[in-house]
Design a protein around this ligand. Structure first.
Ligand code: GLU
Ligand code: MG
Length: 449
């Protein structure tokens, strides 16, 4: 199973890398790029030539620990565990997810876990955190299926949106027919199960969705999807932005998390006695997520720009509530056409987020809901914007950081090293953008994610 790299010993990893390298060489691959996502939400990479894959799988490749506290502008802050320029971590590729890159011929990709030099898992490793929480869920006889939608804006070399055709419009689909076909082919060739590809609402915006899988796998997949879209775009002379907002005052790029809870092959979001077929476990799980949502925003909407996206009437889910097919609720319940498709969509998250922190945080919150048997609040069946009692989610990064600081649950789930590093990065970014105009904030992060 992908996501289980830590269960392999060094010797096993080396043996697996040897076998993989033989196959990759036969496939004409020259090098392997290792991806991971930092606490600011930026995807970082290192690569090795194929001849070094075995050594890299066995011992990892060096990674400076200060990237635990890197900000969106590539500056650094400090956390209690920071060692500044001193020390080293090891990036270890998960060979279960090794993928030749269709749009970067000669390259393969793998997500990486971060280890200490001594070979122990790094407590600040976000992927490890997601895996640990997943394992806790599984020990309770439950499992979660997750999928993350990817929205992006394509721009021309001047930085302007590369199409102004109408939202969901045939115009932009036809204008970019070859580009979209190559996106589809590349994702499919890499073994990704694409469900839909369509023009989105904002100028230059498109969206792809992929099938649900395990939480760590879903986070890996979203990193690979974004990497691939960027590579295809580069081949077409196009630039890509996954920033929460591309054009000030307009609809932004979300990274909605779809999730369903399962027990013994049964979707707990279908056929139960609760509202719309929810089983009690699913009700309590979603109640737990809603209860923690303001603090979870520090993980899922981590940028100052996130709050320029997370506003009412943009389908971004700016209200702390749930409702069947309610696209203004942070939690949109979807019954789907079949039992397996029933799921909840958390709309309030965006692509500035580290997807491993998001799935891990959401799972931890849901589990807490289950543990205390938290009741699901009443449904919000209409647009919350018109409801006097509707509760807005935090409207700024500092507000979300305040909620995160008060969250004993997330502090405990993340572990102190990871929690403190995330907190330090959020505080530092809040300070970085304090007093800046909205236009400035949008501009500063437009090309960073
Ligand atoms: N682009 C919207 C967002 O910022 C979402 C549109 C939709 O897919 O409902 O989340
Ligand atoms: Mg969308």
């Amino acid at each position: 199973m992908a996501g289980m790299a830590t269960t392999y010993s060094r010797a096993e990893r080396a043996a697996r890398a040897r076998a993989a390298a033989t196959q990759l060489a036969a496939d004409g691959i020259d090098g392997v790029v290792f991806g991971w996502v930092d606490n600011a939400g930026l995807t970082r990479v290192k690569s090795v030539p194929l001849g070094q894959l075995e050594h890299a799988a066995e011992y990892g490749v060096g990674a400076v620990p200060c990237f635990d506290v890197s900000l969106v502008d590539d500056s650094f802050t400090t956390a209690p565990s920071s060692t500044g320029p001193v020390g080293d971590l090891r990036l270890v590729p998960d060979l279960d997810r090794l993928t030749p890159l269709a749009a970067q011929p000669g390259w393969a990709w793998a997500p990486a876990d971060r280890y200490t030099q001594g070979g122990a898992p790094h407590p600040g490793c976000q992927r490890r955190f997601a895996r640990q929480v997943t394992e806790t869920v599984e020990r309770r006889g439950l499992s979660m299926r997750a999928g993350i939608e990817v929205e992006w804006v394509v721009a021309d070399t001047t930085g302007a949106p590369a199409t102004f055709g109408p939202g969901y419009g045939m115009t932009r689909f036809v204008e970019h027919s070859d580009y979209l076909r190559e996106v589809l082919r590349a994702l499919t060739a890499q073994g990704l199960a694409v469900l839909q590809l369509h023009p989105e609402y904002a100028a230059g915006q498109f969206e792809v969705s992929v099938a649900a899988e395990g939480p760590v796998e879903a986070a890996d997949t979203t990193m690979l999807v974004r990497h691939t879209i960027r590579a295809v775009s580069a081949r077409h002379g196009l630039r890509v932005s996954y920033a929460p907002v591309f054009t000030e005052g307009s609809v932004g790029n979300g990274a909605h998390l779809h999730l369903s809870l399962w027990r013994q092959g049964r979707n707990l979001g279908h056929g139960g006695p609760g509202p719309h077929g929810l089983h009690p476990d699913a009700e309590q799980f979603f109640a737990g997520v809603l209860a923690e949502l303001p603090a979870l925003l520090a993980l899922g909407a981590p940028s100052a720009a996130s709050y320029l996206r997370l506003v009412p009437s943009r389908f971004a889910g700016a209200y702390r509530c749930w409702g069947l097919e309610n696209r203004e609720a942070a939690l949109r319940l979807i019954t789907g056409s079949t039992a397996g498709q029933a799921n909840a969509e958390l709309k309030c998250f965006d692509a500035a987020a580290n997807p491993y922190l998001v799935v891990g945080g959401v799972l931890a919150a849901g589990l807490a809901g289950l543990e205390c048997g938290l009741p699901l609040p009443p449904e919000t069946p209409s647009d919350p914007v018109a409801l006097f009692a509707a509760e807005r989610l935090p409207a700024s990064l500092p507000e979300a950081v305040d909620a995160f600081e008060k969250s004993a649950l997330l502090r405990q789930a993340l572990g102190s090293e990871l929690y403190e590093a995330v907190l330090a990065v959020r505080r530092a970014e809040a300070e970085l953008f304090a007093g800046r105009t909205d236009a400035d904030v949008v501009e500063a992060v437009r090309w960073r994610y």
